[in-house]
Design a protein. Structure first.
Length: 333
């Protein structure tokens, strides 16, 4: 309820009793529970509940109910921009979309907004904090790649990774730490995990981030997802953003893969667009002008789809565990 009050304070443009919202995220997940159920109820909004996410079912609901707001996840927006008949559908009833659960590639955001003329507000949060802690404003500046500003009554700081105690200056990358009325009291009957996550009232998120001078925050990566290759830190999102610019790439995930010499190398899993998929060498050549040599993918695997959670978040853990022989990338990098 505290998180709902914070969201209402952040979005005064919402019209009480007039909004229509498609609820396609499961209510068993904190993001779906708060943003697709509790928050719209607090606004007297109409909720169009879908039993599951199927693109055809969603587009029928869009046409029939003319929603005004759409909370979603990046995989929803990826699916929409790649639908072959997306331009036949009318999105003009929407005035705001909200994206959470995972980073939204800039290429996806820009293509969706160009097709629909609807603004996507990217936010950030985690189950332990309501789940919403940051979101971009509905009006005004929205820096590319930013998760926005902290919600009212949410205090945030960036701490060094080594000690977890020293606050870092503007622009430096460290662990995102926060506190506020939406933060959990602890994990049920898991005292050791609670002590690690909550320290003096501050929640240690495990996410690497930075704050710029204008107060906007940027998630760099989850600490556990960062790739360390030959002593260099590589953030998967940086590699993924480049790959999403390739016209033959529908979805892309970068992760670290064990290597005897470098410790880890960059592996990417690609879902190609329909038609002839790009070759591994073609993707490497595409990446080289935009990435340092050690960031260029060394292993490239093609799949028809990516494993996803109930809310559509890509399961990197499964990709690490379900290793299949890659299509060799023989080009030099």
């Amino acid at each position: 309820l505290a998180n709902v009050a914070q969201i209402n304070a952040w979005l005064p443009q919402v019209r009480y009793g007039e909004e229509r919202l498609i609820g396609l995220l499961p209510f068993s997940h904190s993001f779906g529970l708060t943003v697709c159920l509790n928050w719209p109820i607090s606004q007297g909004a109409q909720i169009i509940v879908l039993p599951r996410f199927e693109l055809g079912m969603f587009l029928k609901a869009l046409k029939k109910h003319r929603p005004t707001m759409l909370p979603g996840v990046p995989t929803l927006f990826v699916a929409l921009i790649n639908h072959p008949e997306i331009t036949r559908y009318d999105f003009t009833s929407l005035w705001a979309c909200i994206s959470g659960s995972a980073p939204l590639p800039l290429e996806v955001r820009d293509r969706f907004e160009a097709l629909t003329d609807c603004r996507i507000l990217e936010g950030y949060g985690l189950t332990e904090a309501g789940p919403v802690t940051h979101i971009n404003p509905i009006e005004g500046r929205r820096p590319p790649g930013s998760i926005g500003l902290p919600l009212p009554t949410t205090a945030v700081k960036i701490l060094d990774q080594q000690t977890g105690a020293r606050e870092l200056p503007v622009g430096e990358v460290g662990e995102l730490v926060l506190r506020g009325p939406q933060v959990m009291q602890g994990y049920w009957q898991r005292s050791e995990e609670t002590e690690l996550a909550l320290r003096d009232g501050w929640l240690y998120t495990g996410d690497l981030a930075r704050m710029e001078a204008d107060g906007y925050f940027y998630i760099v990566e989850r600490k556990k997802d960062m790739i360390i290759s030959g002593g260099y830190n590589i953030y998967p999102r940086e590699v993924e953003e480049v790959l999403y610019q390739h016209p033959g790439v529908k979805e892309a995930v970068a992760l670290g893969w064990p290597d005897d010499y470098r410790g880890e190398v960059v592996k990417v899993v690609i879902v190609p667009q329909d038609g002839a998929p790009p070759s591994a060498e073609e993707l490497q050549d595409f990446c080289r002008p935009q990435l340092a040599a050690y960031k260029v993918p060394k292993i490239i695997e093609f799949r028809p789809e990516l494993p996803k959670s109930q809310v559509g978040k890509v399961l990197r853990r499964v990709l690490r565990e379900e290793w299949t022989p890659p299509l060799p990338a023989t080009g030099k990098s």
